[in-house]
Design a binder for this molecule. Structure first.
Ligand code: NAP
Length: 262
């Protein structure tokens, strides 16, 4: 297998886990980053920015597959549009997109909904751009990664009191397991909307925070808060969960045991 695969976001939490899996399968890998970076072994880095479009044409040139892991809290629809525009001018690469479980199920009606849960709207916009691109495509929706929850829990543990959203549950999944599935999809034929990938267990937010505090040997009071708005209500009703797709094997507790010590 010698085809060229571009990984946008190949420097991020997920992308960094995808790149070695593609290389192990024999693919030639190019990574897009906003920073100039030296090649890492046989992985080439191309500088470009999906917000401005700078460098994107050079990044997509010659790629047969584009694994799109670049993302931010907002603006992912526009990023996808920029990527699609460049990719369409460079042949017909297979676009493999990572999205989030719940995209399309979390209302974006009010300013409040968008301020707190606009991420879901932004991921849906990216999905729609890719599905409507005319290019072959695959989108995988994942729940939140253990890695993200660890970052969030560490930041929250710096506060004297930790606010937790009542009634809100999460189903975190190991980033390595998502990366393996995304690489598998990238090496296969375009599949459209692939079955979701979600972690093995569902936890109230307070339980995720408490198990982190326990693993890190910290004590903090939790402050329960009920979030207002339709988006928050949808999340309380489980819009962000995929219980029927609990295919991840690594639990939050196992992840914490490997990553955190008191
Ligand atoms: N984290 C989760 O729990 C989760 C769950 C479901 C889906 N996802 C999705 O998975 C993807 C990856 O998430 P992650 O946690 O790995 O994110 P991350 O660690 O924050 O990494 C973000 C990546 O996006 C790149 N990027 C950001 N803005 C860019 C721009 N304007 N132009 C080009 N590249 C840009 C960054 O590259 P440089 O900084 O090198 O430029 C970086 O590699 C995102 O689309 C996210 O929405 C994440």
């Amino acid at each position: 297998m010698t085809s060229l695969i571009l990984v946008t976001g190949g420097t991020g939490t997920l992308g960094r886990l995808v790149v070695p899996r593609l290389r192990e399968a024999g693919a030639k890998v190019r990574v897009l980053s906003r920073q100039a970076r030296a090649a890492d072994g046989d992985v080439e880095f191309v500088r470009g920015d999906l917000d401005t479009g700078a460098g994107i044409e050079a990044a997509v040139a010659g790629a047969e597959v584009i694994v799109h892991c670049a993302g931010a809290q907002k603006g992912d629809g526009d990023k996808a549009r920029t990527l699609v525009r460049a990719a369409s001018g460079a042949g017909a690469p297979h676009l493999v997109n990572i999205s989030v479980v719940g995209a399309g199920r979390v209302p974006q009606d009010s300013g409040l909904d968008r301020a707190m849960f606009g991420y879901f709207g932004s991921k849906l916009a990216a999905e729609q751009v890719i599905a409507g691109s005319g290019l072959p495509w695959t989108t995988l929706r994942a729940t939140q990664f253990h890695e993200l929850w660890l970052t969030v829990a560490r930041a929250m543990a710096k506060l004297p009191v930790i606010p937790v959203a009542t009634g809100t549950r999460f189903q975190p999944v190991d980033g390595g397991e998502v990366a393996a599935r995304l690489a598998e999809l990238a090496l296969g034929s375009p599949a459209g909307l692939a079955p979701d990938i979600a972690g093995p267990r569902i936890y109230p937010m307070a339980d995720l925070v408490r198990s982190y505090l326990r693993a890190a040997g910290k004590r903090r009071p939790l402050l329960p808060m009920r979030l207002p708005g339709k988006a928050a209500a949808a999340v309380r009703a489980g819009a962000n969960l995929a219980p029927e797709r609990a295919v991840g094997l690594i639990t939050w507790e196992q992840f914490l045991a490997a990553q955190v010590s008191a």
